[in-house]
Design a protein around this ligand. Structure first.
Ligand SMILES: C[S@@+](CC[C@H](N)C(=O)[O-])C[C@H]1O[C@@H](n2cnc3c(N)ncnc32)[C@H](O)[C@@H]1O
Length: 199
């Protein structure tokens, strides 16, 4: 592992991540990815769900570093198509499935339990997705919710136009922290990562 590639992803995947960081809805932060991969090493997940898969860049890292079967949900048709092409390009098409559409409509239709759920879709919907995430998470499994501190706004003073978003996230965090079926820790990595284990 080199300092430029601490997770040993390899040049092709690093280049895809570098490009995906420049997009409008960027891929997750380096330290968030490192945490995800370290957790995967510990949990050896059999099934992973990602809500907000974008072009499948984090998915590719998870597929490369685990034996898990991956399901991603992505609303944007062009991104979903690029994710499918990326899965094929890296030879993961048999272990990766991309469900195209609104997570709010797709989540209630899913039945299979997951060992790890990475929630990285629309932040204002996190609270709405929580009951399905809990239902779909097996006991001992982890729900990782990304971007829950948002530039320090969630624990500080948000700009006027971000107040509604911040209110949603605060409500989500208090729902996580007061949930008797979850044990939650908020990590100050990337834009904030909530790590919740189902008891
Ligand atoms: C921050 S990006 C995800 C990045 C990705 N998780 C990664 O680490 O590479 C958020 C994604 O959520 C998608 N999204 C937004 N609303 C959605 C919805 N209602 N259902 C599913 N996906 C949605 C966006 O199109 C965008 O691609």
């Amino acid at each position: 592992m080199s300092p430029a590639d601490p997770d040993g992803l390899g040049g092709e995947l690093l280049a895809l991540r570098a490009a995906a960081k420049k997009g409008r809805d960027p891929t997750c932060a380096d330290e968030t990815l490192s945490y995800l991969l370290a957790l995967c090493k510990r949990l050896s997940p059999v099934r992973i769900l990602e809500i907000g898969a974008a072009e499948g860049v984090t998915a590719l890292c998870l597929l490369q570093k685990t034996e898990a079967v991956y399901t991603g949900i992505e609303l944007d048709a062009a991104r979903a198509e690029r994710a499918r092409r990326n899965f094929a390009r890296f030879g993961f098409e048999k272990r990766a499935k991309l469900l195209e559409g609104d997570a709010g409509e797709i989540l209630p239709l899913l039945e299979t339990p997951f060992d790890l759920i990475f929630l990285d879709g629309p932040k204002v919907q996190y609270l709405r997705y929580l009951p399905d995430c809990k239902r779909l998470l097996r006991s001992g499994g982890a729900l990782l919710s990304d971007d829950v501190l948002l530039f320090g706004w969630v624990r500080g003073e948000p700009p006027q136009k971000r107040r509604a978003l911040v209110r949603h996230i605060r409500e989500y965090l208090s729902a996580l922290e007061s949930d008797g079926e979850l044990s939650t820790e908020i990590l100050e990595i990337g834009e904030g990562l909530a790590v919740s284990f189902k008891l």
